[in-house]
Design a binder for this molecule. Structure first.
Ligand code: SF4
Ligand code: SF4
Length: 115
């Protein structure tokens, strides 16, 4: 049986970002999934299918990444009407499986800075 080649992506992480937990463990906001590739809603707001999601936000106080479409959909989209942003936040929470374990089967490795 042949498998498709593994995909690799270089992402820039906040130094204080927590390490990615095992698949199934509670999401700790490591941000790797959203930095590697946007979810369907992220593709919409990022207007691209690859690369970091533009809705991803770093929270200095909690030292973790947050989905901006859940935490501050108005700030991400510029739309302030709650009847529009509330369903978007609900959709985002479904995609990031809020309250459920990490479902991102990703492996992270340090990469030396370009030089
Ligand atoms: S779902 Fe997993 S990879 Fe994505 S932010 Fe949460 S812990 Fe990190
Ligand atoms: S969960 Fe939020 S931050 Fe992550 S890719 Fe989707 S929209 Fe972007």
């Amino acid at each position: 049986m042949t498998f498709p080649p593994a995909r690799h992506a270089v992402v820039w992480l906040q130094p204080e970002a927590p390490p990615k937990p095992a698949v199934g463990a509670p999401c700790n906001g490591c941000g790797l999934c959203c930095l590697a590739e946007p979810c369907p809603l992220g593709m919409l707001v990022s207007r691209r299918r690859r690369g970091a999601c533009r809705a991803l936000r770093w929270d200095d106080v909690q030292a973790r990444y947050l989905c901006g479409m859940v935490a501050d959909p108005g700030g991400v989209t510029g739309v302030r009407q709650g009847w529009i942003t509330a369903p978007l936040a609900w959709l985002a929470s479904r995609w990031i499986a809020a309250g459920v374990g990490c479902d991102a089967d990703l492996a992270a490795a340090d990469t030396p800075p370009p030089g």
